[in-house]
Design a protein around this ligand. Structure first.
Ligand code: TPP
Ligand code: SF4
Length: 275
């Protein structure tokens, strides 16, 4: 088994470390779980392309030693789609935030899912806009506070797994910074899936979400994830009463459907034969 230090040497841009995430931020754990999944699958580093938008979450590819692209806010999936179409041989992984993927990038997310293009998207969901100072995002739970919702958010929050599944993603899963081993497994399976894979990685942001909502420090927030996440398989046998106030983790959806770049190639082949 590869040790952490070997992982760091092999997969991180050591000259860019230490990272500048706040002490106690969950994003580092999620980044490590992503790299661990890549390592477990033994992927060729030169064939992996990691794309992000803008945000604390989207800083991750800057630290990761692969082909990486730090794009514009909300547009990671648009860039990633272009890369995948130009070179379907590449393993394209998107790391994005809840604001980046579900607000400004929300349309790209549903259409990438609908196309079933072979991209794995990992959303580092900290339930808030971290980088810009704690504005509420589409995943801020109703009633919770942000700088733009000082009296509590009155919008309904998105369940990103339900959203992407309904839009057509063929692999959907959720884990948390506390459940890092499960997250690694879900990312592995997402990468292996030949279609659009969506993995929600629930993070902790003690600086903004935690402080604004009196959730305590990072340890308290991690305890919350530990105590309130229920595996979807276990949930099947539990009563609604026991599930009240809990949230689900695990594999939500796994199906096989035609993949976009291979369908596109078939059209190219058809016309090349006709010529
Ligand atoms: C077009 C555009 N609009 C707004 C911004 C400002 N901006 C930068 S990061 C960000 C939010 C990031 O939040 P999220 O995706 O949830 O990631 P986090 O920082 O919480 O990890 C915003 C609004 C920008 N850079 N570009
Ligand atoms: S603001 Fe929040 S998400 Fe951003 S680095 Fe700090 S703890 Fe992490």
């Amino acid at each position: 088994m590869t040790q952490t230090s070997e992982l760091v040497k092999k997969y991180f841009r050591v000259d860019k470390l230490p990272h500048i995430w706040c002490p106690g931020c969950g994003h580092g754990i999620l980044m490590r779980a992503t790299v661990k999944a890549i390592d477990n699958l033994g992927l060729d580093k030169d064939k992996v392309c990691i794309v992000s938008g803008i945000g604390c979450s989207s800083r991750a590819p800057g630290y990761m030693d692969f082909n990486t692209l730090h794009t514009t806010h909300g547009r990671a999936l648009a860039f990633a789609t272009g890369i995948k179409m130009a070179n379907p041989e590449l393993e394209v992984i998107v790391i994005t935030g809840d604001g980046d993927s579900a607000a400004i990038g929300g349309n790209h997310l549903i259409h990438a899912a609908r196309r079933n293009i072979n991209i794995t998207t990992i959303v580092f969901n900290n339930n808030i806009y971290g980088m810009t100072g704690g504005q509420y995002s589409p995943t801020t739970p109703t009633g919770d506070r942000g700088t733009t919702a000082p009296y509590g958010n009155i919008d309904k929050n998105f369940d990103l797994c339900n959203l992407t599944k309904a839009a057509g993603a063929t692999y959907v899963g959720r884990a948390t910074a506390y459940h890092a081993n499960l997250l690694t497994k879900l990312v592995e399976k997402g990468i292996e899936n030949k279609g659009f894979s969506f993995v929600e990685a629930v993070s902790v942001c003690p600086t903004y979400y935690g402080r604004k909502n009196k959730k305590g420090d990072s340890v308290e927030m991690m305890k919350f994830l530990k105590n309130n996440a229920i595996n979807i398989k276990a949930a099947e046998k539990m009563s609604n009463e026991k599930l009240m106030g809990k949230f689900l983790i695990g594999e939500f959806h796994n199906s096989q459907e035609p993949e976009y770049t291979s369908q596109y190639q078939k059209i190219i082949d058809m016309f090349q034969k006709e010529r």
